[in-house]
Design a protein around this ligand. Structure first.
Ligand code: NOJ
Length: 764
């Protein structure tokens, strides 16, 4: 029956193709329509010519999974009308339905149960792995390893697609300079250049080379735009930024995704300069669809349509549908405005039908690009699902990336690496035994408590130790939707931990945030070690200062006391399924850390937002009087600068050479000699920064414009060369036009952004 229906549908489309000419879309501006790719568009036009206005609006409607699709049809309540909508062809997509069988069952309702049988697209937050969890995205970024990051997204797509998913709401490409904002864990940190490279790698990984394959999925660049600039780092808060920041910092990673062929873009909860992003015509129509010629579709964020009422921008749900659609938000996630009011709004002339046609065409085109019209069940193979979800290769890849994501923040007197024969070693801290927290915040495809803990990792490599948990970090259970309750009072286990530390030679202390302390809705005003951990750290330090502190978090932490008192700090973020294996390998030197932080670690919360590529100001100082850009009670410098990360070996930079052939070849070559002067092999992220000294709008004191991850054996040297062209040397003017201005530039090369020495070059 099903096959027959598909065949009939294909014959119908084929016949229509032969007999009809595509419908005239009228005088629609370039802003309003997806461009033709002849054959595909005509197929979609043929289908659209059969669709009623209601059915087209139905494509612009997405529901959260609303009933157990493998069970009986819902009988009442919200699930019932959503189910009726599904059968009536009034749903374009669902999210959060996973599993080959469940997706097949729901797809069947749409394909076999609705008049035109248009397949659904199934979305899910596949953010850092799926079943096999890789490090949280901020941690992955710390690897600066684009290939490994692409592979991580590729594996995630393979796993998620085997469970029926064909669309991920990733990558999140929001640049953020504010560690208080909990969602920094989901992005690539504070730098736009790095963010663009990571964004591209992730889109490539998810979408692969052939979107029609059954193991590639559509990516979604989110949150368009400005979400990472929430005032005071408070999630969902106001965003107000000028054109310089908008064009030069916030938008480029989205453009990079569009250039990489990202199929979808998600708008965002926030207002940007007074306009909610979901209702922002400038962002969605002018910038994204017109200037950038984006051909995919825009999905709202969860309920961000109806939140325009709370923002005070729309008066009711009908207004929401009108504003969002006119502004270019093509599909509504869980606001119900489109499905309830858009038809009426079109009939009343409040929304031009050309916008409905455009949105519907974009959505159908995405389904066509995914190959869903050819085979709506291609992601629904239970055998493949079973085979793929337990994948040794993915585990190994996840382990490699987890190791690469670790950052050695401090290592005085080479206390690290530990010897495998270490005697009287104590391991302390509740996070050392945690199997849940290292999974991070986005892990709905995985199983709770499935991470390898530090204790398990140490056991496997045979590092003998005694363990004391110390006080609990959290109270009760945690989940994706509930606030984490931090234990501030119950000191059970405190004394035992201090006692063990006292009689041990060295102590490995594992401390930090719980995985559910960062992520959506999880902003923090304090960035230190939460709960009783700082107190425990200080108490242990009093009895035994030989401490290796392993820190875990989804954001930069304020570790100022630890930096002043503890000889070694190894930052391990939330590293995913393989966390404990990776940390153990780094602790004993089986793996030599090479990660570099993609966000500045502040000394005090008061410094936030703190980022390396700030403007000079008119009073850069320092001077002896108070009248310069500084605090009276804190230094300007961060605790650890962007790009910082140590190794168990040493690297020496020399012979920086600038060859200015710009006039003839359009390039300035910058090269440097890098030598591994230590006794073990290692990897260094060589970073190149520029400064444009005088420009028509003020430029940052330093901007990353190139990097290379260089592996070197002990004693080995290599020359690294970077090309600087107009692309790296130019910037966006206040109108968003990319310009290049001749003049003097400084160039800095080294192993972090904290570089004082530079070479000069001038372009006439
Ligand atoms: C809200 C989040 O902001 C967004 O990033 C996510 O993709 C959606 N919820 C769907 O879960």
């Amino acid at each position: 029956m099903l096959k027959l229906k598909i065949v009939m549908y294909m014959i119908l489309v084929g016949l229509l193709c032969l007999t009809c000419t595509p419908k005239d879309t009228g005088s629609i501006k370039k802003t309003d329509v997806a461009k033709d790719t002849k054959t595909k568009l005509s197929k979609i036009d043929m289908l659209m010519s059969k669709m009623t206005l209601e059915e087209k609006i139905g494509q612009m409607n997405q529901y959260n999974g609303f009933w157990d699709a493998t069970g009986p049809a819902p009988e009442g309540g919200d699930s019932r009308w959503k189910y009726d909508h599904l059968k009536s062809g009034l749903v374009g997509s669902v999210l959060n339905v996973t599993g080959a069988e469940a997706v097949r069952a729901m797809q069947k309702e749409a394909v076999e149960g609705s008049r035109l049988g248009i397949p659904l697209i199934f979305g899910l937050d596949v953010i850092h792995g799926h079943k096999t969890l890789t490090p949280v995205p901020l941690a992955e970024t710390a690897s600066w390893d684009l290939e490994a990051i692409e592979l991580s997204a590729r594996n995630a797509a393979i796993e998620a697609s085997s469970r029926g998913i064909n669309w991920t709401f990733a990558p999140m490409v929001d640049i953020s300079r504010d560690a208080r904002w909990g969602r920094v864990m989901e992005g690539a940190g504070e730098d736009t250049y790095l963010g663009c490279q990571i964004a591209r790698a992730r889109v490539k990984g998810f979408q692969g080379k052939d979107l029609k394959a059954n193991n590639t999925i559509a990516a979604c660049a989110k949150h368009f735009a400005g979400y990472g600039f929430a005032e005071a780092g408070m999630d969902y808060n106001t965003v107000d930024v000028g054109t310089s920041t908008l064009y030069n910092v916030i938008l480029p990673p989205f453009k990079a995704c569009v250039d990489e062929g990202v199929l979808t873009v998600m708008n965002s909860f926030n207002i940007l300069n007074g306009v909610p992003a979901t209702g922002d015509k400038f962002l969605q129509r002018e910038v994204l669809k017109d200037r950038w010629d984006f051909q995919g579709f825009v999905i709202s964020d969860w309920g961000s349509g109806k939140e325009m009422i709370d923002h005070g921008f729309a008066k009711d749900l009908k207004d929401v549908a009108i504003i969002a659609t006119n502004a270019g938000s093509d599909m509504d996630m869980e606001s119900y405005g489109n499905i309830r009011h858009l038809k009426e709004a079109v009939e009343e002339g409040k929304v031009d039908v050309k916008y409905i046609d455009d949105a519907c065409r974009r959505i159908l085109q995405a389904k066509e690009d995914l190959g869903l019209f050819d085979d709506p069940y291609k992601y629904c193979n239970v055998k493949r699902e079973k085979e793929l979800l337990y994948n040794d290769k993915h585990m190994e890849d996840a382990l490699n990336l987890a190791k690469k994501s670790i950052v050695l923040l401090k290592n005085e007197n080479s206390i690290l690496p530990l010897s495998k024969k270490e005697k009287d070693l104590a391991v302390i801290g509740v996070l050392a035994g945690e199997k849940n927290s290292p999974l991070g915040n986005w892990r709905m495809g995985s199983d709770d408590n499935s991470a390898i803990s530090v204790l398990e990792g140490l056991k496997e490599i045979g590092l003998k130790h005694k363990y004391e948990k110390g006080p609990d970090l959290i109270k009760g259970n945690t989940s994706f939707i509930h606030e984490v309750k931090i234990n501030e009072t119950d000191r059970t286990g405190f004394k035992e931990a201090v006692k063990l530390a006292k009689k041990s030679k060295k102590v490995v202390l594992v401390m930090g945030e719980h995985g559910y302390q960062s992520g959506e809705g999880r902003s923090r005003a304090k960035l230190g070690l939460p709960g009783l951990q700082q107190e425990l750290l200080e108490a242990i330090h009093e009895v035994n200062p030989n401490i290796v502190l392993v820190t875990m978090s989804g954001r930069p932490l304020v570790l100022t006391w630890a930096d002043e008192n503890i000889p070694a700090i190894l930052h391990a973020w939330q590293l995913g399924t393989q966390s404990g294996h990776a940390i153990a390998a780094a602790l004993v030197g089986d793996y030599n850390p090479s990660g570099k932080i993609p966000m500045t670690f502040p000394r005090s919360v008061g410094q936030v937002p703190i980022y390396y590529n700030h403007m000079s100001s008119g009073r850069p100082g320092p001077i002896d009087l108070v009248f310069w850009r500084h605090y009276t009670d804190e230094v300007n410098a961060p605790l650890y600068p962007f790009g910082h990360g140590l190794s168990y070996t040493d690297f020496e930079y020399s012979d920086v050479t600038v060859t200015n052939n710009f006039a003839t070849t359009g390039k300035v070559d910058v090269s440097v000699q890098l030598k591994n002067t230590g006794s073990v092999k290692g990897k260094e992220v060589v970073q190149l920064y520029i400064r444009d000294l005088v420009a028509s709008t003020v430029r940052p004191i330093k901007e990353l414009k190139g990097f290379e991850l260089v592996p070197l054996e002990a004693g080995e040297s290599k020359t690294i060369t970077f090309d600087l062209t107009k692309e790296e040397l130019g910037f966006f003017d206040p109108q968003g036009k990319f310009i290049f201005e001749a003049g003097e530039f400084h160039v800095f090369i080294g192993g972090s952004s904290d570089l004082k020495e530079f070479k000069k070059f001038e372009i006439q």
